[in-house]
Write a protein that binds this ligand. Structure first.
Ligand SMILES: Nc1ncnc2c1ncn2[C@@H]1O[C@H](COP(=O)(O)OP(=O)(O)O)[C@@H](O)[C@H]1O
Ligand SMILES: [Mg+2]
Length: 291
């Protein structure tokens, strides 16, 4: 399994949007974790306000006090699409002070499926220790502007200091290459600090579906944003040695949202779950079920 963490500097370059798009295009089962100490937002954007029924990071931590931390995580996820789950983030920044990010890091590393983490801003105003040290890759998300690249360089330096990342672990992702600076220029200035792992296409219509809950356009599945995110996800997974073990999860689902762009023809065999994750009616409490 592989653990990839996305982070950013100040501003809002598209970290969460990229994380959701990558999770939807991930080539095998994956858990997306909203670990941003500033709070979760996916339920309000891609989730269109779905009732998470108390599931999330805080719930997982509380459940872990009385039982197995792995089971505590799985009992707090919601379905994002088939074979991809979301561990929703905290409700507000003040809750960050109660999260034990170090032990969460250890639990996620042993979960048995790939894990994609949205760590938000680094260093954050609320917690400076929220970066998972166990990540195989720490990727700084940035825009291709002067300010964006400068901010990303600062964040990359902070990320290395925060968790002592080994050489080769820290990389970067360009959101909207060529706006205005060309990908090659950004790659050149990031090469020594956080080499560019890939690019996410500039695609406001698709981004609005993810970040703001807009209805999905007809060609959503083949949108530039989702295709570029899937390509980046596949590139990151390509080196992973073993397919992940089956997940033991019971999940509510975010209803009515479009599925991943490439789930049907994923080149990697998906974990066989006992039953497909249900797609319940909006805010249907009975949709939470145990498989
Ligand atoms: N690839 C993209 N193309 C166009 N707009 C994007 C893209 N990614 C994100 N955005 C937009 O940028 C804004 C911030 O995105 P968000 O994912 O919330 O950033 P962050 O998590 O870094 O704060 C949102 O309005 C979102 O729609
Ligand atoms: Mg975010």
């Amino acid at each position: 399994m592989v653990m990839v963490t996305l982070l950013c500097g100040k501003g809002s370059p598209g970290t969460t949007t990229t994380a959701v798009a990558m999770a939807l295009g991930w080539p095998r089962p994956v858990l997306l974790v909203e670990a941003d100490p500033a709070g979760g937002s996916i339920g309000f954007g891609y989730g269109q306000g779905i009732d998470m029924q108390g599931r999330g990071l805080l719930g997982a931590q509380l459940a872990a006090r009385h039982g197995d931390p792995t089971a505590a995580v799985w009992s707090n996820v919601v379905g994002l699409a088939e074979d991809r789950w979301l561990l929703p983030g905290i409700g507000e920044p003040r809750q960050a002070s109660t999260i034990d990010y170090a032990s969460l890091d250890g639990t996620l590393a042993g979960l048995g499926v790939d894990v994609l983490i949205d760590a938000g801003r680094t260093p954050g105003p609320d917690r400076v220790d929220a970066l998972p040290a166990g990540s195989d890759r720490l990727l700084v998300v940035m825009r291709s502007t002067l300010a964006g690249v400068h901010t990303a360089q600062t964040a990359a330096t902070a990320a290395v200091a925060a968790c002592g990342a080994a050489p080769g672990v820290v990389g970067s992702v360009i959101v909207g290459p060529g706006r205005p600076y060309p990908e090659a220029d950004v790659r050149a200035v990031m090469r020594d600090l956080a080499p560019v792992s890939g690019c996410i296409a500039w695609d406001p219509a698709t981004a609005a579906v993810i970040s703001d809950g807009f209805p999905a356009p007809r060609k959503w599945a083949i949108s530039p944003l989702l295709r570029s995110a899937a390509a980046l996800a596949s590139a990151l997974v390509a080196g992973a040695a073993e397919p992940p073990r089956p997940a033991d999860s019971s999940a509510a689902s975010i209803p009515g949202r479009p599925g991943p762009p490439s789930a049907a023809d994923s080149p990697v065999a998906a974990v066989q779950v006992e039953a497909p994750v249900s797609v319940p009616a909006a805010n249907d409490a009975s949709a939470v079920r145990t498989r």
